[in-house]
Design a protein around this ligand. Structure first.
Ligand SMILES: *Cc1c(COP(=O)(O)O)cnc(C)c1O
Length: 391
């Protein structure tokens, strides 16, 4: 008999009932160190006082009005994002996949309005993840995500990761945009080298097409910059954001330049909940913390500690771990043992990690975790690795 919750997830036998900072408390009272942060979502950890206050103050005042009216919290968050980034304008969604939907629509509308309606094709990359909507799975294109869901939304060209010549060859008269994660998350923490991202920007400029970045996972301070593309010194035309921006409240956004977004006029897109007062009140509080240069400097220091510790663990457990990848607090441990075995050994050590493709284990902790949390995570990972070897 089918379970009452549609069984699309293989869930770990864990039930968390409370969170405090970098810690999750299981129904049986055990405390787990959370190095997954709900897949890079709880940017400020669990139950951060400023976020709890923002949400509860707003909950007392007003939950929902729809976008038929002005929403001051939405305006405030849009202003903060525009001030802090390349963007001139922002549309709020409730998730990464909804941000993907709008990014794709915006690209098409842009070229339609520019008198080039034949430009509908978006170049995407193997191993990428852009959400589970029809556009999201068509964009990523993997067999695993698309099997059985055809006919798929047309207009995507899938290229190998990191193959500049393939991109050059794929820019035909129908090309509209390049869509890429600066660091693939689900794909196994695969960073695109800065010079490659620069190269894509140059190609887009040369051919008059748009660069769309999916920073749903790598954005919002995760890499030690507010957005990952800042490391490469380039700016996109359109950017998808979600996960960390709500700190755990469902919130997403599409950021764009005026040039890219100008065709999105009244009536061209909408969302009942997108940009609601609750989400945007929390989003403002998240931005106030994460966009602070001192906060980002701390992310980079913490990253240095964690990374150094991970290199040590790789040296101590060469049969279990192979290498570390990623930037800031978006780190991947390539495993020699099965990553799922490492994951369950970590659960036994009361440590939460997140698996990814290519036999990688992701570390995506709260961005404000302490030095003690880092030391504790490394010691629990060491213990987990010992148990993987002896298993
Ligand atoms: C998680 C993720 C998405 C989808 O976000 P949802 O909120 O799950 O819809 C899209 N792109 C990337 C890079 C992601 O990591």
């Amino acid at each position: 008999m089918i379970p009452s919750v549609l069984p699309t997830y293989n869930r770990a036998p864990l039930t968390f009932v409370k969170g405090e900072g970098s810690w999750l408390i299981e129904a049986d009272g055990r405390r787990f160190l959370d190095m997954g942060a709900g897949i890079a979502v709880n940017a400020l950890g669990h139950a951060h006082p400023a976020l709890v206050k923002a949400l509860s103050d707003q909950a007392q005042a007003l939950w929902h009005t729809s976008n038929l009216y002005h929403i001051p919290q939405q305006q405030a968050l849009a202003d903060k994002l525009v001030d802090a980034t390349f963007a001139d304008t922002v549309f709020f969604t409730n998730s990464g996949t909804e941000s993907c939907e709008l990014a794709v629509k915006m690209v098409r509308k842009h070229f339609h309005a520019a008198g080039q309606p034949e430009r509908v094709n978006i170049i995407t990359f193997e191993g990428s993840f852009h959400g589970r909507s029809s556009a999201g799975i068509a964009a990523a294109g993997s067999e695993k995500m698309t099997a059985g869901f055809g006919p798929l939304l047309p207009g995507f060209t899938h290229l190998p990761w990191n193959d500049h010549d393939a991109v050059v060859a794929a820019i035909t008269d129908e090309a509209a945009a390049i869509l890429i994660e600066p660091i693939q998350g689900e794909g196994g923490i695969r960073p695109l080298p800065d010079h490659c991202l620069k190269g894509l920007r140059d190609l887009c400029d040369e051919h008059g097409i748009l660069l769309v970045l999916d920073e749903v996972q790598c954005g919002m301070g995760r890499t030690g910059r507010l957005f990952a593309h800042e490391w490469a010194g380039i700016e996109p035309d359109i950017m998808m954001v979600a996960k960390g921006i709500g700190g755990g409240f469902p919130l997403g956004a599409v950021l764009a330049t005026e040039h890219a977004a100008a065709a999105m006029t009244a009536g061209s897109h909408g969302s009942t909940y997108g940009g609601n007062p609750l989400g945007c009140a929390v989003g403002c509080a998240v931005m106030d913390h994460v966009a602070d240069p001192a906060f980002l400097a701390q992310v980079n220091r913490t990253s240095g500690m964690l990374r150094q510790g991970l290199e040590g663990l790789i040296a101590t457990h060469p049969d279990v771990f192979e290498g570390v990848s990623g930037t800031g607090l978006m780190l991947g441990l390539k495993c020699k043992a099965l990553n799922t075995d490492v994951l369950s050994a970590a659960y036994d050590a009361q440590l939460i990690l997140v698996p990814a493709a290519n036999n990688v284990i992701r570390l995506l902790p709260p961005l404000n975790l302490s030095a003690e949390d880092v030391a504790e995570a490394l010691s629990r990972l060491d213990k987990a690795a010992q148990n993987v070897v002896s298993a």
